[in-house]
Structures are given as C-alpha cells and as structure tokens.
Design a protein around this ligand. Structure first.
Ligand SMILES: [Zn+2]
Length: 298
C-alpha cells in the first residue's frame, strides 16, 4: 500500500468518527477534509500521518518520554509484567459491559496511553468476547514517539498526539476513560465522560517495585511510597468509587531488568552507583497496583 492509500484508509475511518473531535485551539467542530486532515470550522488544521495517527498538538512538546523509553516499556509489557493488572481491568470491563442493556458500541479512551500496549491488549480481549458490544479504542498521549509506535503496532484503534489539559474531543464522548500509571486531569475526564461513564485509574500501590526502591533509596527517606493523596484526590471528583488491589511477583531476566530500570521514573533520580549492579542480574520484582473506579450518577 502506498503512503497516500494508507492516509486515505485512516481518513475514511476517522471521518466516521469525526464528530468525536473538537479543535484543541478554538473548541470548534471538526471534519475530515480532502481525506488528509482534520480541520475545524475556523480552519485550524491537523494532518493525518501516514502511520495513521493525528497530531493535535499545536506546539511541539519535549518530554522525558523518548523512543528508547517507549521501547523499554513495550519490552516490559511483552514480558508479562503488567499482565495480571491489565487482565483485572479487562475482566471488570467485560463484567460491566455484559450487563449493559443497550447494545450500542462502546467508546474507550486511554488517556496517557504511551506506546499503546495496554489499550491494544484490553481492546483485543474485549473485541474477542462474544457478549461485549463493539468497541472503539482511542489512545492519546502528549509524546509523539509513543503514539508513532502505537499506530504502527495496533491499527485497530484511533491514536492521537494531544495535550490532556486541552484534549481534542467533544463533551461526553467516552463510556470509559483508562488512565494507567499516567497523570490525570479530572476536569477534562469529567467533561469527556458520557452520562453514566466511568474512569478507571491505575496507580502504584505501596509495594510496587519495592526491590528497586530499597536498592535506590535506602537511607534517603524516599524508600517508602504512599498513594494516599492520589486516592484522596480521586475520591473528591467522583460520587461513587471502588478500588481493587492487584499484587504479584514477576521474575525478569537481566535484559528485562535493564529495560525496567530505563522505564521507571524511580531510576531517574537514583545514583549510577545504585543502578549499576542491578543491570547484570535477573531479579524477582513486586508488581503492586491499585485500580480505582469512579463514576457519577445521572
Ligand atoms: Zn479551531
């Protein structure tokens, strides 16, 4: 397929869903124009890339999240490190979607999707399930490198480079918002959720990567982690909440350990002396997550 044909195919898919978008500059309604870009009524224009994502940032953004980091995260996803956590989220969604009376399709936004592996896995499992209605997966992240990888590996979903503080979607578009190990913007989440929709937020729990924390931070006061303030903030924004803890241990080989150290912000402020010895060994590490579910009535 030529690049033009690839863009055309993506543009056709986007045009079916163009009402979902709104211009991040002026808030205007958007349309797919010339089968090549999304354009608002005030002529702000966002090109559809040949890899099939749309860049809706109106400035370039420099983040710590570069290509190497997303490759590391993809390797760790492939190692199964996130497996039971992603499965817990998927099972909960399947349970809720099965009991829905309406059979209309369900829109799922992954806000801060990175390189897209969680949304890909969850979307794939939901689509496979015979009792779950049609799923449209939409992933957004401010880091273009992540979105480029996501669009290449998982063409089933719609992928956008965008800023969560001015997300490029119209009000009440999503039945679910996933926010996995990524910063939140609750006023945007509230605006984007459809009536009866819910936010699924995954945060580290107390023992998450405790082996790394001990090695990096013993004696610095940073060796103990608490998510209390995050949970408190979450509960202030939703009338009803529910929480689930998912904890397990995973053995990673020395190459996977290298990628884990590269991936985790824990290592960004650790000394090279603390990190060095970890890179030559396999290790058993603790995965410990809290999954928060929040929704509003009406
Ligand atoms: Zn505009």
């Amino acid at each position: 397929m030529s690049n033009n044909e690839k863009v055309l195919k993506k543009a056709q898919k986007l045009s079916i869903h163009e009402k979902m978008f709104q211009c991040p500059i002026c808030g205007g309604a958007m349309k797919v124009e010339r089968m090549a870009s999304l354009e608002c009524e005030n002529r702000h224009c966002y090109d559809i890339s040949r890899q099939g994502y749309v860049n809706l940032l109106n400035h370039s953004s420099k983040t710590k999240y570069d290509k190497a980091l997303f490759e590391a995260r993809n390797t760790i996803s492939g190692s199964g490190f996130f497996g039971p956590m992603v499965e817990a989220v998927t099972n909960r969604l399947i349970h809720e979607l099965k009991s829905r009376e309406s059979v209309k399709s369900v829109k799922l936004l992954d806000a801060g999707c990175g390189e897209g592996s969680h949304l890909s896995t969850i979307g794939h499992k939901l689509r496979e399930h015979p009792l779950v209605p049609g799923i449209l997966g939409v992933g957004m992240d401010i880091a273009k490198e992540g979105i480029v990888m996501a669009a290449k590996t998982s063409p089933d979903s719609i992928w956008c480079v965008a800023d969560l503080s001015r997300s490029p979607f119209a009000d009440q578009q999503f039945d679910y918002i996933l926010n996995i190990l990524s910063p939140s913007n609750y006023s945007e989440f509230r605006r984007l959720l459809a009536s009866g929709g819910s936010l699924v937020k995954v945060i580290p729990d107390r023992l998450y990567l405790q082996e790394l924390r001990t090695l990096f931070y013993t004696g610095t006061g940073k060796e103990v982690y608490s998510n209390d303030s995050t949970i408190e903030l979450f509960s202030r924004h939703f009338e009803q909440i529910d929480a689930q803890r998912v904890q397990y241990r995973v053995v990673l080989d020395n190459d996977q350990m290298k990628q884990l150290v590269r991936m985790t912000p824990l290592s960004w402020s650790a000394s090279p002396e603390a990190i060095g010895p970890m890179l030559d060994e396999s290790m058993e590490v603790t995965a410990d997550f809290k999954i928060l579910y929040g929704w509003n009535q009406g």
